[in-house]
Design a protein around this ligand. Sequence first.
Ligand SMILES: Nc1nc2c(ncn2[C@@H]2O[C@H](COP(=O)(O)OP(=O)(O)OP(=O)(O)O)[C@@H](O)[C@H]2O)c(=O)[nH]1
Ligand SMILES: [Mg+2]
Ligand SMILES: [Zn+2]
Length: 303
Amino acid sequence: MPSDQIPGLIIRSQSGFFTVRTSTGTITCHLRGRLKQGKHVGDIAAIGDRVQVTSQTDGTGSIDVVEPRGNSLVRLDPRPQGIYQQVLLANPDQVVFVFACSRPEPHLRMLDRFLVIAEKQHLPALIVANKIDLVGRSKAEEIFKVYSDIGYPVLYTCASTQEGVDELRHILNGKVSALAGPSGVGKSSLLNVIQPGVGQAVREISESSLKGRHTTNVRQLVPLEGGGYVADMPGMRSLALWDTDPEELDGYFPELKSLVELCQFNDCTHKSEPGCAVRAAVEAGSVNPKRYESYLKLRAGEE
Ligand SMILES: Nc1nc2c(ncn2[C@@H]2O[C@H](COP(=O)(O)OP(=O)(O)OP(=O)(O)O)[C@@H](O)[C@H]2O)c(=O)[nH]1
Ligand SMILES: [Mg+2]
Ligand SMILES: [Zn+2]
């Protein structure tokens, strides 16, 4: 019986079946029973996981080993037995947040929430400001400057004129990227310009997983010609921050992190305490008031 293990990457998961890409092709696998034994607090295998598989005589395979994960994008799912960690994507190299400069209006509070999620999960984040044709480059930079000021790379793009598209292709090449953003901002359009068909491929997946939410939960990494993969994160919008302690939130705002230790009280909530370095910075104009507002709202659990 052939039992040689070969290394591979999970590129699709659906209802307990996994598509694994190996050097000799893709193979549909199930998880070896042994891996499922015991108590589990989260997904044992997910897209992005590196695995060892054994092929079987019927052409399918079994996943014998799931290699230890680096980072992962997880969603905490409260269940009667306790909190379950759903792994949306294992081992992502980066998360790309796409927003439009207009139509729809950029929902920056949502972006701030996404950035906190990325910081909390230690994932490098990148912002794509699309549809710059609708407002012009300088207005676009005005809207998103606050983010480049605090250290996030911001890429300005237009799917119609292909401005910024080469840079985006370059950024995605050779990496595993999670893509998220509100509906209608141009994610599919940008991906299709980068590589014809990719936008549709990503979109079909996210649609089918939204429709079949409770039955077929499809997740997929779409391969790029230049190397690397993209995965749509339809679940990002509903990623809650309820698992974040209010006290740790300031640590996920890069521009607040260094100020916090200068506050008079070490349990400062940066709301109304005397000697608050964060509020002083907002008043002095070195911290953006909108970002501060996002911090207060997220801390209050409003979004
Ligand atoms: N003016 C302008 N319109 C754009 C641009 N990019 C995309 N659009 C248009 O915006 C609309 C939405 O684009 P999609 O690519 O479907 O947006 P999406 O982010 O994939 O949306 P969902 O799949 O619903 O999440 C389409 O009508 C596109 O033609 C752009 O750079 N400029
Ligand atoms: Mg789309
Ligand atoms: Zn303070």
